[in-house]
Design a protein around this ligand. Structure first.
Ligand code: NDP
Length: 240
């Protein structure tokens, strides 16, 4: 029977490419989103992938949503914690609200997503946890103290889960994308975008599908010895 994969923030941007790639690999896929009903319904119409709405920052909502996904599609064997937001400001202007919104979504959201799924993975002796971090969690970024802290924290989650899950057949890995051509990046003024691109040795933005291919690789049965790793997919912009 096909395994079930859950992709948070799986209806738009990088997450949508991940959902489609996993479906193409033959998994049952559930894609979640926060509030953009229109994008989610267009996505389902185009792809046939079922979408679910809940806020990853809310533990009880995540738990209930995951229970619904499992009732509909079967136990989740592959979880991709992709949902994320930015609330940028230089540190001296950053508000506690901007700090908490980003921490609640990008860091606590990963806990809320993986924690309800983890016991089932342990019982079934199989699991793939894949967290979408960021180049800016590796190197820091001006006006992103909140975002960089959460994305670095996500790497800590992955490295710890890798150790806890290994004996139970569970792997946990992270992908750190560089700048990817999603709506978010395409919306910045052309001049700013050109300056971003000029810092990427490959000379272009990444495509969402290039991140999705990394996820499909890590999700597979054959990737069982890759555990606690960070894949940097950034066009050569930063080396760890
Ligand atoms: P988008 O803004 O295009 O899409 C974000 C997705 O996450 C949407 O489906 C959105 O739902 C969902 N989402 C946001 N907040 C929540 C929440 N609280 N609860 C549930 N779902 C939520 O993002 P990207 O595709 O650009 O980014 C995806 C991931 O990749 C993020 O973690 C981001 O930090 C990371 N990343 C992106 C890079 C880039 O260049 N784009 C670079 C490096 C990392 P809805 O549609 O309802 O809003």
């Amino acid at each position: 029977m096909a395994r079930t994969a859950l992709v948070t923030g799986g209806s738009r941007g990088i997450g949508a490419a991940i959902s489609k790639a996993l479906k193409a690999e033959g998994y049952n896929v559930a894609a979640t989103y926060a509030g953009n009903d229109e994008a989610a319904s267009v996505f389902t119409e185009e792809t046939g992938i079922k979408t679910y709405k809940w806020n990853v920052a809310d533990y009880e909502a995540s738990k209930a949503g995951i229970a619904q996904v499992e009732a509909d599609l079967g136990p989740v064997d592959i979880v991709v914690a992709n949902a994320g937001i930015t609330r940028d400001a230089p540190f001296h202007k950053m508000t506690p609200e901007q700090w908490h919104q980003v921490v609640d979504t990008n860091l606590t959201g990963v806990f809320n997503t993986v924690h309800p799924i983890w016991p089932g993975m342990r019982e079934r002796k199989f699991g793939r946890v894949i967290v979408i971090s960021s180049i800016n969690g590796q190197k820091g970024q001006f006006a992103q103290v909140n975002y960089a802290a959460t994305k670095a924290g996500d790497l800590g989650i992955v490295k710890s889960l890798a150790q806890e899950g290994a004996r139970a057949g569970i792997t946990a890995n992270a992908i750190c994308p560089g700048y990817i051509a999603t709506e978010m990046v395409m919306a910045v003024p052309e001049k700013v975008r050109d300056s971003i691109i000029s810092q990427i040795p490959t000379g272009r933005l990444g495509e969402p599908e290039e991140i999705a291919r990394c996820v499909a690789f890590l999700a597979s049965e054959e990737s069982g010895f890759i555990n606690g790793s960070t894949i940097s997919a950034n066009g050569g912009q930063f080396f760890v």
